[in-house]
Design a protein around this ligand. Structure first.
Ligand code: NAD
Length: 372
């Protein structure tokens, strides 16, 4: 079996597998091909791969001849036309937001495993790319905010005067939000947190942050750890409570998402206008519409003196560790679909294999994607 690693497009510096991870597959008798230069932006040179018996190829050869393709981002329509029936792709294709592309892959008789839809169960934790990459994004968001902010994060008492600690507001305490809390606290900021899932209150408090209580959140206990949409009454109460915190905040990191839906708008225009000039917002929900009124995806803008960075792919800016963790997630998943003879063996009785399979046998097979 030939496994092909493609290089990423669109300024993403990550690679699906680092050399030592490719080596683990070569040792299992998988033939590993890689697009020339695919690891360069993650500081993994071609020669390090070839030392591990990885074969360098051009992109089109990999696309048309590999049995198993690894790429983080979706392929273009022109690239899909090069694929052959029966090929398997493992990546992060955001199927709920890319339905046409999913239909094109199905029509090509390609099997797509999109790891962003792997069930969030204990057994899947080692394959959970959303978590490994969100953890980096949360960390990175705070470091970027600290660099853009024209003041200190920690409190200082100096002979030249006192500096109060920065006030940080984190909206959404999932994986990215929790790491953002921990990072902001390490830098000495005072941190407040909002989330619609009351279950996160304890985690927030254990990290030394204050949880903003809002009564009457919708029950999310059956949503597999995810948030659900809230009632209008709750949204109003949350907005009132958030407005007070936003006005006091120096830094806001927003991460609030509802799977498959547009991100909720939580920082409105009037809230934004209440912030002090020099304040900084990093919106990690930018790619699904953003949590902040003025967010522009993949842009940094200044609105009334407040810098707003919209970026949902901050993990790509830390390509070494992001690739290392992503590659390990992929390797763990590949163990489920490659057998001891180094051949593809797709067992759809396995809930993880079935759970992230989007297209197979010429059809869209994922229930949530079909409904979307
Ligand atoms: P996410 O990226 O989907 O959302 C980020 C956060 O935003 C969530 O905490 C969500 O509750 C919050 N949010 C949504 N709407 C909001 C609103 N209107 N106002 C305020 N906050 C709002 O979340 P995630 O990081 O993917 O994590 C979701 C959950 O899944 C967490 O409980 C996490 O611990 C759990 N999880 C479980 C596993 C596993 O068991 N394998 C793996 C990863 C995550």
């Amino acid at each position: 079996m030939i496994l092909g690693i493609l290089s990423e497009r669109n300024t993403d510096k990550r690679v699906s597998l680092l050399p030592e991870q490719a080596d683990a597959l070569v040792k299992k008798n998988v033939a590993v091909w890689m697009e020339k230069g695919a690891g360069e932006n993650a500081f993994a040179a071609d020669t390090v791969y070839t030392d591990k018996q990885v074969v360098l190829q051009d992109r089109n050869t990999i696309l048309s001849q590999s049995d198993l393709l690894l790429c983080i981002h979706p392929l273009s329509a022109a690239e899909i036309s090069l694929l052959k029936p029966g090929q398997v792709i493992v990546g992060v294709f955001q199927p709920l937001f890319n339905i046409t592309l999913m239909q094109e892959l199905a029509a090509k008789q390609v099997t797509l495993f999109s790891l962003d839809l792997i069930p969030r169960t204990t057994r899947a934790q080692s394959m959970d790319v959303l978590s490994s990459q969100a953890n980096i994004a949360g960390y990175r968001a705070v470091l970027l905010a600290a660099t853009l902010f024209p003041r200190y994060f920690p409190m200082f008492m100096t002979a030249a005067g006192s500096i109060p600690p920065a006030k940080v507001l984190i909206i959404g305490a999932g994986v990215a939000g929790l790491q953002a809390i921990a990072t902001a606290r390490r830098l000495g900021a005072v941190v407040e947190v909002s989330d619609t899932r009351p279950a996160v209150k304890e985690e927030v408090m254990s990290l030394g942050a204050k949880f903003i209580e809002v009564e009457g959140a919708a029950d999310a206990s059956k949503a597999g750890g995810y948030a659900v949409e809230q009632s209008e009454e709750f949204k109003q109460r949350q907005q009132q409570r958030l407005a007070e915190s936003v006005a006091k905040s120096d830094i806001i990191i927003t991460t609030a998402q509802i799977p498959g839906k547009k991100a909720p708008l939580l920082v409105t225009e009037s809230m934004l206008n209440s912030m002090k000039p020099g304040s900084v917002i990093i919106d990690l929900a930018a790619s699904t519409g953003g949590n902040v009124f003025a967010t522009k995806n993949n842009e940094t803008i200044v609105h009334n003196g407040v810098t707003i960075m919209g970026n949902s792919n901050l993990a790509a800016d830390m390509p070494w560790d992001a690739s290392k963790l992503y590659g390990k997630n992929v390797l763990n998943f590949l163990q489920l679909i490659i057998d001891k003879e180094a051949q593809l063996n797709l067992n759809f009785e396995d809930d993880l294999v079935k759970g992230c399979c989007i297209t197979h046998g010429g059809e869209l097979v994922h229930e949530r994607v079909k409904k979307a």
